[in-house]
Design a binder for this molecule. Structure first.
Ligand code: SAM
Length: 230
């Protein structure tokens, strides 16, 4: 059975899509998509030999060699032009690594109309990348599984404007303001407050002053959202 996290990613793959799952590890996601009749053709990309072998093994075990092509490649290099990939999933990595994968081979995105990204941390940099590259957030989900909190961002082509708060927290996630969202950001605030306390007595060097301002600003941004009554 697929994790709730990957099931959420899968739920945003359009029926009949040609999907490339980058950093696929065991290829659980593409296997699930084929088994559930969502797609008939998928690429599983892996840059590390161990996980690449696991993906091959899994695809073979499930008898899906005709549907899923496993490639050992760095990021979007796993995608070939003739694949006509229209949907890319990248899950289980930090936001900065996801962004670096997208930035390294941007031409591979030519045929792509949807990106489903699941950053474990720092979703903010994905929203910033999206704005810079004319992608817009279609949907965002925050979920908790095994005491960990994850975000899933669904992007399609288009312009978007986000406020500083929306870049940090997610426009859709602010709007729905679920318990998991509140939990995540309350914890972040606690962390930032601890940081402030720990640098309270530090000398007023430029760096320390800057850090204090930065952290105080983030606390304010997030508290504003959390304390806002509908
Ligand atoms: N996507 C799966 C999931 O969400 O459960 C696996 C996540 S696993 C934590 C991250 C995987 O991404 C690892 O198998 C790693 O080898 C792979 N990876 C990291 N950087 C990559 C890159 N540049 N290109 C392809 N795969 C990469």
């Amino acid at each position: 059975k697929l994790s709730k996290r990957l099931e959420t990613v899968a739920s945003f793959v359009p029926t009949g899509a040609v999907v490339a799952d980058i950093g696929s590890d065991h290829a659980y996601l593409p296997c699930y998509l084929v088994h559930n009749g969502v797609v008939t053709k998928a690429i599983a990309g892996e840059v590390v030999k161990g996980p690449f072998d696991s993906a091959l093994k899994q695809v073979k075990l499930e008898g899906l060699e005709d549907n899923i092509t496993v490639r050992l490649a760095d990021g979007l290099k796993a995608i070939e032009e003739s694949d006509n990939v229209d949907t890319i999933t990248i899950a289980g990595m930090g936001g900065p690594l996801i962004v670096s994968i997208l930035e390294k081979n941007p031409h591979a995105l030519k045929t792509v109309t949807r990106l489903i990204l699941q950053p474990n941390i720092h979703a903010k940099v994905i929203r910033q990348w999206a704005i810079r590259n004319q992608w817009a957030v279609l949907e965002e989900v925050i979920l908790k599984e095994d005491e960990k909190i994850y975000e899933v961002l669904v992007l399609q082509r288009g312009e978007m404007e986000l406020t500083e708060q929306e870049i940090l927290l997610g426009k859709h996630l602010i709007a729905s303001k679920t318990d998991v969202f509140i939990e995540k950001w309350s914890k972040e605030i606690d962390n930032w407050k601890r940081i402030l306390t720990s640098i309270e007595r530090a000398d007023d060097t430029t760096d320390i002053v800057k850090k204090r301002e930065e952290v105080t600003h983030k606390i304010q941004l997030v508290e504003e959202v959390l304390n806002h009554e509908e």
